[in-house]
Design a protein around this ligand. Structure first.
Ligand code: FES
Length: 103
């Protein structure tokens, strides 16, 4: 699994409401689910399902894989329901100048 390089802008933090998630693709093709946990708190996870590699979708309550229905928690990428067994790996991110940036 490829992690995005450090210093990559993923999106403007204003594009996410608190509690919301969005899947973005970096310029080098890494698909990342960005979650806004609070006004100044963001987290990011690989958007590639750990079951067979489909891209998960950001839903209101969770990250949902359309291929076989796995669900992952917005809070920490853990598996809510399978068939996936492994959590989505987390990527370190922070907020810089109003943008969510990889670290
Ligand atoms: S690839 Fe995601 S549930 Fe199978």
């Amino acid at each position: 699994m490829d992690a995005p390089e450090a210093g990559v802008v993923l999106l403007s933090v204003n594009e996410l409401e608190v509690g919301q998630a969005k899947v973005v693709t970096t310029s080098d093709g890494v698909e990342v689910a960005v979650v806004r946990e609070g006004e100044q708190e963001v987290r990011a996870f690989s958007a590639i399902c750990t079951h067979q590699g489909c891209t998960v979708r950001a839903e209101e309550e969770d990250l949902h894989c359309p291929c076989h229905g796995s669900k992952f928690a917005l809070t920490d990428g853990s598996v809510i329901s399978g068939p996936a067994e492994e959590p989505l790996p987390e990527f370190p991110v922070g907020i810089q100048d109003g943008n969510v940036v990889t670290q």
